[in-house]
Design a protein around this ligand. Structure first.
Ligand SMILES: Nc1nc2c(c(=O)[nH]1)N[C@H]1C(S)=C(S)[C@@H](COP(=O)(O)O)O[C@H]1N2
Ligand SMILES: [Mo]
Length: 302
C-alpha cells in the first residue's frame, strides 16, 4: 500500500480552505492520521483520481432522505441527531442472534483508512477516505445458517429526530440488501469514520455500510439491524421504483438508468461545470468483484 501525504496532493488553496472549514467544525487538525492516506493500488486504476474530495463537499453534499431531499439538508438537519447509545442487532437465519453496542464494535475491530470511490446513481461521484473495517469480520461473529442467502440492512426509524421520515418519501425504515457473497467480500465495509475523524451524522453516524462497486444508495447509513434472510430483500429503492432501481445496482456504464445515461459522472469539487469523466465498470473495482457476477445477464440483473 502506497502512502501519500495529503498536503502533497492537495492544491495549497483548497488545503487551506479545508483546514479552515474543519477548524470551524471544532476539529483540531495536525493529527497523524489525517496527514497520510493509504491508497488502494488497483482500485483507482485508469483514472487520475489521486486527490480525495474535500472534506467540505463530502460532508455538505449528501443523500440521506431521512433528513430531507436537498443535498445540503442532511448537513443542516442532522447535527442534533443522537447516536448514543446505539446498538446493532444481527439476527435472522443465524445460530446465535447478537446485539453489539457501537463501543463494542469500535473496540473489537481496528479501523483502517482506505480511499474509495463513491458513485451516485444520479451521476456524481466523490473520492472518500473512509475509516472502517470489512463487514465480513462482524458477520463472522454470528454463525449464519446455510439457509441464509441474503443480508438485509436496516437504518434507524425515528421520525421525531428525522424530519424526512415524517413524510412518505421512501418506505421507512430504509432497507438495503446484498447477496451473502457480496456482503462477505473484503471491499464491503463498515464505515466508522472519515478523514481520520469520527463519522459525521450526515454521512451515516455512528456506523454505515459502504459497497464501493455499487451505486451509492446500496450503502445504508446509521444501521440498527443486519438480518440474514432466505429471500432477496425488497429494498426501499426497489419499492419506490422497481423499473429504475434493481437489487444489484452495480455501477455499470453500459446500462442506462431509464431516465439518463450512466456512461459518465461529475466529480464533486464545487464546480458544477467541471468536465465529466468516464464511469468505470463496477466503479473501477472490476478486478476485485467481476467474478461475483460471471455468467449473469447484467441487463436482467441490473
Ligand atoms: N439511510 C439512508 N442511507 C442512504 C441514503 C439515504 O437516503 N438513507 N442515501 C444513499 C445514497 S443515494 C447515497 S449516494 C449515499 C451517499 O452517502 P454520503 O452522503 O456519505 O456521500 O448514501 C446512501 N445511503
Ligand atoms: Mo445516490
Amino acid at each position: 500500500m502506497k502512502k501519500i501525504k495529503y498536503s502533497e496532493i492537495t492544491p495549497e488553496k483548497i488545503y487551506k480552505k479545508r483546514r479552515k472549514f474543519i477548524k470551524s467544525l471544532g476539529y483540531g487538525l495536525g493529527s497523524a492520521t489525517i496527514g497520510s492516506i493509504p491508497l488502494i493500488g488497483n482500485a483507482l486504476a485508469n483514472t487520475d483520481l489521486t486527490k480525495p474530495t474535500d472534506y467540505e463537499y463530502i460532508t455538505t453534499y449528501n443523500n440521506y432522505y431521512e433528513f430531507g431531499t436537498n443535498k445540503s439538508d442532511p448537513y443542516l438537519n442532522s447535527q442534533e441527531f443522537k447516536t448514543k447509545p446505539w446498538t446493532i442487532r444481527i439476527e435472522g437465519e443465524v445460530e446465535n442472534p447478537m446485539s453489539f453496542s457501537v463501543e463494542e464494535i469500535l473496540s473489537s475491530f481496528s479501523s483502517e483508512e482506505r480511499v474509495y470511490r463513491l458513485r451516485c446513481v444520479e451521476g456524481w461521484s466523490m473520492i472518500i477516505p473512509w475509516m472502517g473495517f470489512s463487514l465480513s469480520q462482524l458477520l463472522n461473529k454470528v454463525n449464519f445458517k446455510t439457509s441464509a442467502k441474503f443480508v438485509e440492512f436496516e437504518t434507524i426509524y425515528d421520525p421525531e429526530q428525522m424530519i424526512g421520515q415524517r413524510k412518505s418519501i421512501l418506505n421507512w425504515p430504509y432497507i438495503e440488501g446484498l447477496r451473502i457473497d457480496e456482503a462477505m467480500h473484503p471491499l464491503t465495509t463498515v464505515v466508522t469514520g472519515l478523514y481520520g475523524k469520527s463519522l459525521p451524522n450526515q454521512n451515516g453516524a455512528p456506523l454505515r455500510i459502504f459497497v464501493p462497486w455499487k451505486y451509492g444508495f446500496k450503502s445504508a447509513k446509521s444501521i440498527v439491524k443486519i438480518k440474514f434472510v432466505k429471500e432477496m430483500p425488497n429494498s426501499s429503492w426497489m419499492i419506490a421504483s422497481p423499473r429504475e432501481y434493481g437489487f444489484y445496482s452495480n455501477v455499470n456504464p453500459n446500462i442506462d438508468h431509464p431516465r439518463w445515461s450512466q456512461a459518465t459522472e461529475r466529480p464533486i469539487n464545487g464546480d458544477m461545470f467541471a468536465p465529466r469523466i468516464k464511469t468505470l465498470m463496477f466503479n473501477g473495482y472490476a478486478d476485485e468483484v467481476a467474478h461475483l457476477y460471471s455468467g449473469m445477464d447484467l441487463k436482467k440483473y441490473f
